[in-house]
Design a protein around this ligand. Structure first.
Ligand SMILES: Cc1cc2nc3c(=O)[nH]c(=O)nc-3n(C[C@H](O)[C@H](O)[C@H](O)COP(=O)(O)O)c2cc1C
Length: 148
């Protein structure tokens, strides 16, 4: 069974809620998930020893993508995570009213790829806290598991 690292940044709790729904789904399929709030996570070498790295972050810009505050700080040390060769996927809560819906997920995937990671599936982009999106979450997790 896989060892999964999950790091999320969330201001009002929506991305955090999605993180826990993904965790529950992965755990129900026998995988071990270490869930960290970016506010308390040290990026140094963090990705080492995991089969899959998931990162969730909301966006807070108007015209440009601004990462959620805690994740923005974590992101400063992104190149020290040890993502070269890692399997990575992203998820986010956002609002379709904004020009870059869940744009932080795209920024994370682009940078992770630059650092040598493989993006294993499309980012999960939801509005709200994921409580009405069980099917999308299950499909996302199924795609993740296929990539293990
Ligand atoms: C000032 C402001 C800017 C925002 N910018 C974006 C954005 O660029 N893209 C997006 O999808 N959502 C945007 N949102 C919506 C939030 O990302 C959304 O409410 C999200 O669910 C918050 O997730 P969190 O509770 O995990 O932080 C913005 C909200 C505010 C108030």
């Amino acid at each position: 069974m896989a060892k999964v690292l999950m790091v999320f940044g969330s201001t009002t709790g929506n991305t955090e809620s999605i993180a826990h729904l993904i965790e529950k789904e992965l755990a129900s399929k026998g995988h071990t998930v270490n869930v960290l709030n970016a506010a308390n996570a040290d990026p140094n070498g963090l990705a080492q020893g995991y089969d899959l790295v998931l990162m969730g972050c909301s966006a807070w810009g108007e015209d440009e993508v601004e990462m959620q505050d805690d994740f923005a700080t974590f992101f400063e040390g992104f190149d020290k995570m040890g993502l070269n060769g890692a399997k990575v996927a992203a998820f986010a809560s956002g609002d379709r009213e904004y020009p870059h819906f869940c744009g932080a997920a795209d920024v994370i995937c682009d940078r992770a790829q630059e650092l040598g990671a493989t993006i294993v599936t499309d980012s999960l982009k939801l509005e709200g806290d994921g409580s009405g999106d069980a099917q999308d979450i299950e499909s996302y997790v199924n795609e993740l598991i296929k990539a293990l």
